[in-house]
Design a protein around this ligand. Structure first.
Ligand code: BJW
Length: 258
């Protein structure tokens, strides 16, 4: 019989460091949404998508080669995300913000689940899958005609294909998001690194910036990553279990998040 994973013991030194912290931030990745049913990038995809490597679909080249394939993959994921609810991990980060109003969530995720959980200070480094834009000039569109079985929808203004408003490999991150994230990383006393393999740049540099500026790095992940040997604290386990335990240990009962 399988039982729910147990929360790890939160070290007393970490509890003290978090209580004393002047400024805190979290860098999140796909793993925090795994318990909401949103697959991570290195998880196998289901059904017809099982034969595609997600990382190979998230590129401008893939879109140039086959816009319809990439559009359909994002349409499938957009639908998945629309059904997903924030989990205990998202809610715990929202609770940290409720107790510490300067707390910033820097997310690589495009699913909007942090905001749905009640986090107001969120930087989206890789865009948001719920928005669609013109692939030529980036204009955000509210509606589109998705009825063609052969083609991705086109922009009503200029006829270019529409695409999700997310950041693909080789594309630059939104300037304002990156500047805010780098500033928070350099300024924080503690950085929580939650559910990311820390393999995609420039997001993967943020823990290094934070460390060089004296912050304690806390990794929350069920598995080791390439960051693991350069962190101060490792809390092994799913974030939906570990983060609520961390919040309770440090702040006790905090105002309920959504
Ligand atoms: C759990 C869990 C549970 C499971 N609880 N945890 C410097 C060096 C080398 C290369 C580069 C560099 N700088 C730039 C590059 C190139 C490139 C890059 O990083 N390549 C690497 C592969 C090496 N970067 C870029 O191209 C970026 N652009 C850029 O830098 O522009 C300037 C430039 C231009 C041209 C040339 C050079 C520079 C853009 C990167 C955009 C990434 N986009 C994607 C897709 C977004 C849209 C979409 O969602 O489809 O972002 S790719 C994908 O990876 C997605 C993710 O946000 C991102 C990170 O993945 P993440 O979140 O870490 O997920 P996973 O699946 O990898 O890991 C999940 C983790 O969760 C695991 O550790 C599990 O154990 C854990 N987990 N269950 C907690 N319950």
């Amino acid at each position: 019989m399988s039982s729910a994973p147990e929360a790890p013991v939160i070290p007393a030194a970490l509890i003290g460091r978090l209580r004393k912290a002047r400024s805190m931030a979290a860098l999140t990745g796909a793993g925090i949404s795994a318990e909401s049913g949103v697959p991570t990038f290195r998880d196998a995809q289901t059904g017809m998508w099982a034969k595609f490597d997600p990382l190979e679909l998230a590129t401008p080249d893939a879109f140039r080669r086959n816009a319809k394939l990439v559009w359909d993959w994002y349409a499938w994921r957009r639908e998945l995300v629309a059904q997903a609810q924030p989990n205990a991990g998202h809610r715990a980060l929202a609770a940290i913000e409720a107790a510490n109003p300067g707390f910033l969530v820097i997310t690589q995720n495009v699913d909007g689940l942090h905001q749905a959980a009640g986090s107001a200070n969120v930087v989206e480094l890789h865009g948001n899958i719920r928005r669609v834009k013109c692939s030529r000039d980036g204009t955000i569109v509210a509606t589109w005609d998705d009825s063609s079985p052969r083609e991705a929808p086109r922009c009503a203004q200029c006829g270019a294909f529409l695409r999700p408003d997310v950041v693909w490999f080789e594309e630059t991150l939104p300037d304002d998001a990156l500047v805010r994230a780098e500033h928070a990383a350099r300024d924080c006393d503690v950085l929580l690194v939650v559910g990311t393999a820390a393999e995609v740049y420039p997001a993967a540099m943020l823990p290094t910036y934070a460390r060089h500026h004296g912050a304690a790095i806390v990794e929350i992940n069920p598995s080791p990553t390439r960051l693991s040997d350069r962190v101060d604290y490792t809390l092994r386990g799913p974030s939906g279990v570990v983060l609520p335990a961390l919040v309770t240990a440090v702040w006790g009962d905090v105002p309920a998040a959504r």
